[in-house]
Design a protein around this ligand. Structure first.
Ligand code: PLP
Length: 398
C-alpha cells in the first residue's frame, strides 16, 4: 500500500473498542456515575461524524482557536541536533496549548446535554484556562479544581482562570498536585452528577480516553498534511511529552498504522528513576486501576500510588492513558524518562535557538529529541510543541 495516500479500511488495533484498548481502559466508577458516563458515551457516539457537530467544531477550531496551527521547520534546532526537526505549534493556539482542542469538543457535547455547570481539574493550569475560556464563550458556570502546590507554581494561570469568570477551588490534600485535583473534581462530580465534568487529559473512565483522543487527533491530521506539503513524505519520528497522554495521542493517532513512523514520548522524570521522586508512569509503573480506568500507575505492591515529582505540573501525575498503556505493551511507541534537569536545559535551548519559549512540559519532548536524534541527518521528525512557556517565565527554574 502506498503509505502516503493510505486509506484505512480496517479499524486500527490501537483504536478504542467500546472504551477498551486491549486489556486497558473501562469504567471503574460508583453506580451514580455509571449511568451519567454511559449517557455521555452515547451522546458522543451519536454526535461524532455528523455534519452538524463536525461543522460547529471546525468553526470554533478555526475562528476561535486559530487552527490549523503551523508546522514550523526549526532550522537552528535542526542544525544543533544534526537532524531535520519540525515543530507542531500547539503553543500558538488561543489560550496557549493543545488543551483548548479537547475543551471546545467537550463543551459542544455539554451544550447538547443541556448542562449548565462545567467542572474541571487542572495541573499546569492550561486545561483550567481552556475550560474557563470555553465556559465563558458559551455562558456557562465553571468551577476549576487545582492542587495548592500547582496553584503556587503556575500563578499566572490561576489569575487567568479567575479573570475568565470561573471559580477556583484550591485543593490542599496530598502534595497539592494534579492527582489531588482529579480526586477532588471526581468527588464533586459524584456528589453533583448533573454537572458536566470536562476532563482535560486522556485518562479517567470511559468515554473520556476515547473522546479526548478523538478531539486531539486534529493535531496529527494537520501535521501529516503539512509535512506532506513541505517534504512530500511521512516523518521518520514523532516526539511528544506525556502526562496523561492527550497531546501525544493527538499527534500520534493519524500515524499509528504507518509502520515506518517511529513514535516516542517523554515522561516527567523528576529527579530520576526513584519512586516518590518521579512521575514517569509508563517507564516505572505497573498495570492497575486508578481514577476510574485500568492502565499503568505508579503504585506499590498494595496498589497504593506513590507521590510523584516533576518540575512540570502538567506531567506530575501517577496515572496515564489506557491507549498509551497498550502502545507501550505492543512496542508501537516507546516511553522515556526525562529528568527535570534535562527539561530545563531544553527550555532554555529552544528559547535561545528559535525564539520560542516552550512550556516546561513541552521542553521534555525537546530534551528527548536532543538525546535520540543526534547524528541522524537524513531523518525528519515532528515534535509536538504542546504549549507556550509564559506560565513558567516567572518561576525560578535554575
Ligand atoms: C503545555 C502542556 N503540555 C502537556 C501537558 C500534559 O498533558 P497531556 O499528556 O494530556 O498532553 C500539559 C498538561 O497540563 C500541558 O499544559
Amino acid at each position: 500500500m502506498n503509505t502516503i495516500t493510505k486509506n484505512i479500511t480496517e479499524k486500527s488495533i490501537y483504536a478504542s473498542n467500546n472504551g477498551m484498548y486491549g486489556p486497558y481502559g473501562g469504567m471503574f466508577v460508583p453506580p451514580v456515575l455509571e449511568q451519567k458516563l454511559l449517557q455521555l458515551a452515547e451522546i458522543f457516539e451519536s454526535q461524532k461524524g455528523t455534519s452538524g457537530f463536525e461543522q460547529e467544531l471546525a468553526y470554533y477550531l478555526k475562528s476561535f482557536v486559530g487552527r490549523p496551527s503551523p508546522l514550523f521547520y526549526a532550522h537552528r534546532l535542526s542544525k544543533h541536533i544534526g537532524s531535520k526537526i519540525y515543530l507542531k505549534r500547539e503553543d500558538l493556539n488561543h489560550t496557549g496549548s493543545h488543551k483548548i482542542n479537547n475543551t471546545i469538543g467537550q463543551i459542544l457535547l455539554a451544550k447538547r446535554m443541556g448542562a449548565s455547570e462545567i467542572v474541571a481539574e487542572t495541573g499546569a493550569g492550561q486545561h483550567g484556562v481552556a475550560t474557563a475560556t470555553a465556559a465563558a464563550l458559551f455562558g456557562m458556570k465553571c468551577k476549576v479544581f487545582m492542587g495548592s502546590r500547582d496553584a503556587e507554581r503556575q500563578k499566572m494561570n490561576v489569575s487567568r482562570i479567575k479573570m475568565l469568570g470561573a471559580e477556583m477551588v484550591i485543593v490542599e490534600a496530598g502534595r497539592g498536585t494534579l492527582k489531588n485535583a482529579v480526586d477532588a473534581a471526581l468527588g464533586y462530580y459524584i456528589e453533583h452528577p448533573d454537572v458536566f465534568y470536562l476532563l482535560g487529559s486522556q485518562v479517567g473512565p470511559h468515554p473520556y480516553p476515547t473522546m479526548v483522543g478523538y478531539f486531539q487527533s486534529v493535531i496529527g491530521r494537520e501535521a501529516r498534511k503539512q509535512l506532506l506539503e513541505a517534504e512530500g513524505r511521512l516523518p521518520d519520528n514523532l516526539i511528544a511529552c506525556i502526562g496523561g497522554g492527550s497531546n501525544a495521542i493527538g499527534l500520534f493517532t493519524d500515524f499509528l498504522d504507518e509502520e515506518s513512523v517511529r513514535i516516542f514520548a517523554a515522561e516527567g522524570g523528576g529527579e530520576g528513576p526513584v519512586f516518590g521522586k518521579t512521575a514517569a508512569t509508563l517507564s516505572m509503573g505497573k498495570p492497575g486501576v486508578f481514577q476510574g480506568t485500568y492502565s499503568y500507575a505508579l503504585s506499590d505492591e498494595a496498589g497504593e500510588v506513590y507521590p510523584t515529582a516533576s518540575i512540570a505540573a502538567g506531567l506530575d501525575y501517577p496515572g496515564v492513558s489506557p491507549q498509551h498503556a497498550l502502545l507501550k505493551d505492543t512496542g508501537r511507541a516507546s516511553y522515556h524518562l526525562i529528568t527535570d534537569k534535562e527539561a530545563i536545559e531544553a527550555y532554555y535551548l529552544l528559547s535561545k535557538l528559535e525564539g520560542i519559549i516552550p512550556a516546561i512540559e513541552s521542553s521534555h519532548a525537546i530534551a528527548l529529541a536532543c538525546k535520540i536524534l543526534k547524528g541522524k541527518p537524513n531523518e525528519i521528525s515532528i515534535i509536538n510543541l504542546s504549549g507556550r512557556g509564559d506560565k513558567d517565565v516567572e518561576r525560578d527554574l535554575s
